[in-house]
Write a new protein. Structure first.
Lengths: 247, 139, 594
């Protein structure tokens, strides 16, 4: 088995250079190591200036999304052994501005997330002391998978529509909107529809479907968007055929 | 809640990559997507042929014969062949989309995607079979 | 009331350091006291990256018939080996159900009963089933529900990826912080009328931990340096079931659902350590559902007897879930299965999971009262960073998620009330902020002569802590550790920084985090050395007995510049449950009141 493996890391130091370059490092190979371990080895023992985000190392905080050999991946769940004999190319996630090295700028997503009102909207507001809203396991199952999104931005990196048009709301934001729409406790579907039926909302999606393919948490954003389109179309027909029924 | 307004004042020098014009050639799934988009051109082509056929039908038996002769042009045969493949591809992608857009539940359990798409394929087969039957009977 | 017009010094009413579960709950609480109060959430990571996200098993609150607040209180107090302040525990169990229902109303996807009511599961050290759960991603769902809900409050301003380096204290009260905006490297003072620290624990002081990379005791060190005592720092919780190498947590829920702990002979060894007799189904407060300290200690004793297995990353035992079947595992423990498959290449449906004890939680923390207030005026703390104390000498699983809601909300309300007193910012603050900026530049950014690599110092600190302040401790080893940590602090003055960039300088951040951890390590070792008894998670082989005469008291450790820290003791508050024997797996000699 190989003793070391070569990692080619994209470096971008905005105070020194105009564009990213690739830098090669030799790191020890271990079958238990993931790409993130190799990056930490470099940071701790070779080059302390290498910058990247990471935190939980168990695939749930969503910090360590990067492009590994061209594919968007959570680097804490991507084993070196998968890429033997190497080299492994590690770059920042695509479709985002690069701040430095492997760090991308994602304020845009947070603004979009907020715009789709990802919280329970209620007309009435019963006091929690009166007890929980009842919700059967089936009702929970309706939205559960869309609530698994860890905001790792991997779906945005895989979405060519977002790459071409950064105005597009994008897979995760729409999936999270749908998560609340499908929640039996929520009454905010109409408000969210007003935001998302815009051109940059669901209609921006041309159903490439890659968001669902790359999602490390098996969320199905592509499905969420298609469901949304169907609902929006029904709504449109209804308001067209029966204008009096407008909510 | 809003991100801090002070956030953007000290704007660092971000590097922005441009999406290359050939982005769709980098990955099979992207290429598949482009082919699917392209398939709409061939669907339109079919529609035009159909309209021309109707027009010829209205023009009487002679005009229709002339139209049929025109269809035998090798270029048109090849074009029709390609169109057929694209329309097939188009139909399959559409049918596979159904379970994405529609969640069907039976006794509280979500039906697997394959089962939701299946009626589409069944209907497709049935209608194709009916057409073949009609054609064969005439022939 | 938001004043960002002067880019010189943004100012807010209430400022939170940390945006995890406690921080977000506190931010919402402030907004609900008065929507005109401007709230700043200053966090070194985006809020949804906070470590609350990794909590798996659940959150305890009495909701079902047949359970009672008294029993929850008694379980907590006996689980904490009578080190919990009982007034705080009573208040905690009282407010827990309300907070959990509130979170339910904010959209947290709690697992449900067929009739639509919230489901509960058993948990270690709890005599009744009262642990609410969202499959085995409870922390993840709680954090995202809180974060997404917080987005609707206009009065909350976020400072995402800002790293706090110092509390600004003038005229005897805290008035803000100095922080580095990571994106740009700008060093900025942000003033506030009150400050709440919610930065979580300090697991990274140890080498082998379930804790995320970000858990470096930042808030503890910030408070400690500002003169606030840290409380009960010797009580460090080991979780009995972490995956070797990665330290990934395998939730206690896996045992609550019926998992067995077995040694290399396939023997359920907990029966040898006064934790009850093995039964096929899980029995509350018995065997695998005993408290974490006792289970971790049992592992060490198995190791001494040579009955553990040996792997490339040290000794381990097995967690057996195979008899539960695929259906239970997939519905109740899907994340456990995912983690095992992804990180260990093991399928718990058919294979045994290798596990070993791993540092998990800090019972101690910034000294606060039941309002979350610290002795420093205007400064509050909540969550793992704080020590109220409801966790005593050993925290029960599923109390910490509830704690961050209950005390996050309390601290938020108290900080809001304090801010409404509207005391002006002192004149000296700006000068203090300028001093801090100079310090950071002098000691780190402009320094090019350092020789001590961060990773080396950190590694030495971690192995020192594991050797001397682990599951079993002795006076001799702790004294050695004391000298070692002092030496490491000295060497830290020569820390080597290769990165002098202003843009997202993660090396600078790592250096500052290491300096925080060294302070925390010093406090842990000092408290552990001074407490010459064994209680809960603090086990001294040279003092194996609990000593209520001398040590039914919280240790309060204070920073002394250039000298050893000073430890004082504060008696534990006892209301209704006099200290007794901790009994698991057999009937207690005397039934507890309530």
């Amino acid at each position: 088995m190989a003793e070391t493996i070569t990692i080619e890391v994209a470096r971008y130091r905005p105070e020194q250079e105009g564009e990213p370059t690739l830098q090669s490092y030799e790191v020890p190979f271990s079958k238990d190591w993931v790409v993130l371990d190799a990056l930490n080895y470099i940071k701790d023992h070779v080059d302390g200036s290498l910058s990247f985000r990471w935190s939980c190392r168990m695939g749930v905080c969503g910090s360590c999304g990067m492009t590994v050999n061209g594919e968007p991946k959570l680097t804490c769940a991507t084993f070196l052994s998968h890429y033997l004999p190497g080299p492994i190319r590690v770059e920042p996630l695509q479709n985002f501005p690069v701040v430095r090295d492997l760090i991308i700028e994602m304020t845009d997503f947070l603004e979009k997330l907020q715009s789709v009102k990802p919280w329970i909207v209620r007309e009435d507001d019963p006091a929690p002391a009166k007890g929980e809203f009842l919700q059967t396991p089936e009702q929970l199952d309706n939205y559960k998978q869309f609530s698994m999104c860890i905001n790792c931005m991997i779906c945005y990196a895989a979405c060519p529509v977002y790459g071409l048009d950064p105005q597009f709301a994008g897979p995760a934001a729409i999936a999270l909107a749908q998560r609340y729409n499908l929640d039996s406790r929520d009454q905010g579907e109409q408000e969210r529809m007003d935001v998302l039926s815009q051109h940059e909302g669901i209609w921006g999606c041309t159903f490439v479907g890659e968001c669902t393919e790359v999602c490390p948490k098996n969320v199905d954003p592509a499905g969420a968007i298609q469901q949304y389109k169907l609902a929006a179309t029904k709504e449109w027909f209804k308001s067209f055929l029966m204008p009096w029924s407008k909510p | 809640m809003k991100p801090s307004t002070a956030y953007r004042q000290y704007h660092p020098k971000w590097y922005r990559t441009r999406v290359s014009t050939l982005w769709w050639s980098r990955r099979w799934s992207y290429l598949k997507f482009m082919l699917r988009e392209l398939s709409s051109v061939f669907v339109a082509f079919y529609v035009v042929i159909l309209l021309l056929q109707l027009h010829a039908l209205r023009g009487g038996p002679e005009a229709y014969l002339e139209f049929q002769e025109w269809l035998k042009d090798p270029l048109l045969v090849v074009l029709n062949g390609i169109s057929f493949l694209f329309v097939l591809f188009h139909a399959v992608t559409w049918f596979n989309l159904t379970p994405k857009a529609m969640v069907v539940r039976l006794r509280g359990k979500r039906l697997p995607n394959l089962l939701v798409a299946a009626p589409n394929y069944a209907a497709w087969l049935a209608i194709s079979g009916l057409i073949v039957f009609l054609l064969m009977r005439q022939g | 009331m938001i004043d960002n017009s002067s880019s010189e010094m943004p100012s807010h009413d209430v400022l939170l350091v940390g945006g995890g579960g406690a921080g977000l709950r506190a931010a919402i609480a402030v907004s609900e006291v008065d929507p005109n109060l401007s709230v700043a959430v200053v966090s070194k990571v985006y809020p949804m990256r906070s470590h609350t996200v990794s909590a798996e098993g659940g959150a305890a609150a009495v909701i079902k018939e047949g359970d009672s607040l008294e029993e929850h209180a008694y379980d907590t107090i006996s689980g904490g080996d009578w080190m919990c302040d009982q007034d705080a525990v009573e208040l905690f169990v009282n407010e827990a159900p309300g907070e959990m229902l509130q979170l339910e109303h904010w959209g947290c996807p709690w697992s449900r009963e067929p009739d639509g009511r919230v489901a509960v599961r058993p948990f270690g050290g709890m005599k009744k089933e009262r642990t609410w759960f969202a499959a085995d991603k409870t922390g993840f769902h709680m954090l995202h529900a809180l974060f997404q809900t917080s987005l609707k409050y206009r009065s909350i301003t976020r400072y995402d990826e800002w790293f706090v380096t110092r509390l600004l204290v003038e005229d005897g009260r805290v008035q803000g912080v100095v922080a580095i905006e990571l994106m740009t490297g700008r060093i900025q003072a942000i003033t506030a009328k009150s400050v709440i620290i919610c930065t979580g624990g300090c697991g990274k002081v140890f080498p082998f931990t379930t804790n995320a990379n970000i858990k470096n005791g930042d808030g503890m060190a910030l408070a400690y340096r500002a003169g606030v005592p840290l409380k009960d720092m010797e009580f460090v919780q080991y979780h009995p079931t972490g995956l070797p190498f990665t330290g990934i947590l395998i939730t206690e829920a896996s045992r609550a659902e019926g998992g067995f702990l077995i040694n290399k002979d396939g023997y359920r060894y907990l029966q040898d350590y006064d934790l009850g007799t093995p039964q096929p189904k899980p029995v509350l407060r018995s065997m695998e559902l005993g408290p974490r300290d006792r289970l971790s200690q049992a592992f060490m004793k198995e190791l001494d007897k040579g009955r553990t297995l040996e792997g490339p990353y040290g000794p381990y035992v097995h967690l057996d879930l195979t008899h539960l079947g695929k259906k239970i595992i997939d519905t109740k423990l899907p994340f456990v299965r995912e983690l095992c498959l992804k990180y260990e290449n093991i399928d718990p449906v058919s294979q045994l999971i290798p596990v070993r004890p791993v540092v998990h939680y800090m019972m101690g923390g910034v000294h606060t009262d039941i309002q979350g207030a610290t002795p420093l005026a205007g400064l509050f703390a909540a969550g793992e960073v704080a020590c109220v104390s409801i966790n005593g000498a050993n925290r029960l699983g599923s109390n910490s998620l509830t704690e961050l809601l209950v005390f996050g909300a309390r601290a938020g309300r108290a900080a809001a009330e304090y801010a409404l007193q509207n005391k002006p910012v002192s004149a000296g603050i700006e000068a203090q902020a300028a001093d801090e900026k100079k310090r950071l530049e002098r000691e780190f950014l402009h320094k090019r002569s350092g020789t001590e690599p961060i990773a080396v110092l950190r590694g030495e600190m971690q192995s020192t802590m594991e050797k001397s302040a682990g599951i079993y401790r002795t006076g001799a080893l702790l004294e050695e550790a004391q000298a070692d940590i002092a030496e490491l602090k000295e060497r830290f003055r020569q820390v080597a920084i290769q990165d002098h960039s202003h843009t997202f300088n993660t090396e600078l951040m790592a250096a500052l985090e290491l300096s925080y951890m060294l302070d925390v390590a010093e406090a842990v070792v000092e408290c552990a050395l001074q407490r010459t008894e064994s209680r809960g998670a603090h086990q001294r082989t040279d003092f194996p007995r609990r000593d209520d005469e001398r040590f039914l008291a919280h240790s309060l450790v204070s920073h002394r510049t250039g000298d050893r820290p000073e430890v004082e003791y504060l008696p534990v508050t006892i209301t209704r449950w006099p200290p007794g024997e901790r009994v698991y797996g057999r009937p207690a000699a005397k039934t507890p009141p309530g």
